[in-house]
Design a protein around this ligand. Structure first.
Ligand SMILES: O=C(O)CCC(=O)C(=O)O
Ligand SMILES: [Fe+2]
Length: 277
């Protein structure tokens, strides 16, 4: 039997009792609506081949290979593998892989002119402890902005790069480093829900366009403080077979990154864009 339940106060919905390979258009439309309303959609208990996961991801938009070429699946470049190749040849832990997504709250692809609409993960192996993914609502962040800040930032862009102010780019090939920043409005109206959210990523932002450097730093500090609202959070504890998609236009996330490194934590991952109009 299909069951749908909310798993967080403002975001997060879990669907069980469905086989996503067999969803007809009406069934998928219901899932898609629940996702738009809830920002993070968990479907439990799936057994998928890589091509089935890809086909399901394509129902949400255009699957686009991730710029980190070294972590793409060798046979299916639209799939990124998380958690494989965690050890270097000398046996030491590759921190860039082990801690991927765990450096801080972020949104995926802010360095691109068209950032990802969504990211979807399928859990293949999960450690005994740790390894959760944390999510937070960008709508709740917008709602928490004081009126003064909303007025200051309405129509104002932030400039974003892959490595932001720390310039961390370990997972990129040399030819993909040092690209020009992408500009995105900090206050962003969601194209499908019509709701305003705070579009922000403290690890990727370089500056607020048009602000003096000191004010830009202050604004970035203020946005960083506001972005994670307690009510706006959902923490996902993984089970093998979970498929989780988040709406990257109106949410933030981070990996907890706290699991025993000798254990496997492996996901297939797709980056999904909106079709170009
Ligand atoms: O591994 C995770 O929990 C999430 C990693 C992440 O940030 C991503 O896949 O975009
Ligand atoms: Fe991410």
């Amino acid at each position: 039997m299909v069951q749908i339940r909310k798993v967080g106060p403002l975001i997060g919905v879990e669907v069980s009792g469905v086989d996503i390979r067999a969803l007809d258009d009406a069934g998928f439309a219901a899932i898609y609506r629940a996702w738009l309303e809830s920002n993070v959609l968990v479907v439990t208990g799936q057994a998928l081949t890589i091509h089935e996961f890809l086909a399901y991801s394509r129902r949400f938009g255009v699957v686009s290979p991730h710029p980190s070429k070294s972590t793409r699946h060798p046979d299916v470049p639209e799939i990124t593998e998380l958690g494989t190749g965690k050890f270097n040849a000398d046996g030491s832990l590759n921190q860039a892989i082990y801690r991927r997504g765990a450096e801080g709250w972020h949104t995926d692809g802010a360095y691109d002119d068209i950032p990802f609409k969504a990211t979807q993960l399928f859990a293949l192996a999960i450690p005994d402890t740790g390894g959760d993914t944390l999510f937070a609502s960008g709508y709740a962040a917008y709602d928490a902005m004081p009126q003064r800040l909303k007025q200051r930032l309405e129509g104002v862009n932030g400039a974003f790069t892959y490595g932001g102010r720390t310039k961390a780019q370990a997972l990129l090939n040399p030819e993909d480093r040092d690209r020009a920043p992408a500009l995105h409005p900090i206050i962003r109206t969601h194209g499908e829900t019509g709701r305003k959210s705070m579009y922000f990523d403290p690890g990727k932002i370089l500056y607020i366009q048009g602000a003096e450097p000191a004010e830009s730093d202050d604004l970035i500090g203020e946005l960083t403080e506001l972005m994670i609202q307690p009510d706006g959070q959902y923490r996902h504890k993984w089970r093998v077979g979970d498929v989780v998609i988040w709406d990257n236009r109106c949410s933030y996330h981070k990996a907890a990154g706290d699991y025993p490194p000798e254990q496997d934590r492996i996901h297939w991952r797709t980056s999904i864009k909106e079709p170009v109009q």
